[in-house]
Design a binder for this molecule. Structure first.
Ligand SMILES: C[S@@+](CC[C@H](N)C(=O)[O-])C[C@H]1O[C@@H](n2cnc3c(N)ncnc32)[C@H](O)[C@@H]1O
Length: 242
């Protein structure tokens, strides 16, 4: 998979779009083919802005949470070393690539957007690692030791996944910059970091604060205060967010 293929896909939504290999400031170890802001000599036309809104090429940006979670895995390789890891909502693939670099037995990148999987394959090759691809969490291949997900809660329809992840795997790491008030009894706040979408979308400052939440083994003993994970998950998630 080459830049040519990614450019072809990007131009479905942004005819003057182009990707370029770059290293996000929040996780500079990893190189990614991302949107090249140099092509934008002026603001987007109305048609371009509409096309981007209708079918955003999320994979052509590296989101703040992806950078922070990828760096977290590189700094704490024991979380994934020797394990089967699945990253849900992989976008550019940065978190799955970080898991592979950190020594995961298998790193699987999952995204509903086929172009994200194409970009992930290209980015894995760019970094010299192997990442397997999966088009849908519901169709994941087998059992995983750890689930990761970065910036997928912008879509509130994904909230039930949080609970699903905790039931499906002994360990979950969730990074989010979109839900300021996220709490769930199975998840514990592990770290807070600042990062910006790369290339920078000049979003609201509040979207530059990333929180990492852990569930199960990733959260350590303290996360459950003596209560079983099963018990903590008994209250339906939608009730907890009201
Ligand atoms: C904001 S982007 C974040 C990408 C990447 N995790 C990062 O941090 O750079 C969200 C990605 O999640 C994908 N996505 C959203 N809901 C999903 C779901 N239920 N299952 C799989 N992928 C999903 C989107 O297609 C998109 O690629």
């Amino acid at each position: 998979m080459t830049e040519f293929h990614l450019n072809t896909r990007l131009r479905q939504t942004l005819p003057r779009g182009r990707v370029t290999a770059t290293r996000p400031a929040g996780c500079p170890t990893i190189a990614l083919h991302l949107f090249d802001p140099a092509v934008l000599e002026g603001p987007l036309s109305q048609d371009e802005a509409r096309a981007v809104q209708v079918a955003p090429a999320y994979w052509s940006f590296c989101w703040a949470s992806g950078q922070v979670l990828a760096q977290y895995l590189l700094d704490n390789p024991g979380l994934v070393k020797g394990k089967r890891v699945i990253d849900v909502g992989c976008g550019s693939g940065i978190v799955a690539i970080a898991a592979a670099i950190a020594g995961a037995r298998e790193a699987v990148a999952c995204d509903l957007d086929p172009d994200a999987l194409t970009a992930t394959a290209a980015n894995a090759a760019l970094n010299g690692v192997e990442v397997s691809l999966c088009p849908n969490w519901q169709q994941r291949p087998g059992h995983f030791d750890i689930v990761t997900a970065a910036d997928v809660l912008y879509d509130r329809d994904n909230l039930p996944l949080v609970e699903d992840f905790a039931r499906a795997a002994p360990s979950v790491l969730l990074a989010d910059s979109r839900m300021r008030d996220f709490t769930h009894p199975a998840y514990q706040l592990l770290a807070t970091h600042e990062a910006r979408t790369w290339p920078d979308l000049h979003e609201f400052e509040e979207f530059n604060t990333v929180r990492i939440f852990g569930s199960g083994e990733a959260a350590g003993e303290a996360g459950f205060a003596g209560t079983s994970q099963e018990n903590q998950l008994q209250q339906p998630l939608d009730r907890q967010y009201r």
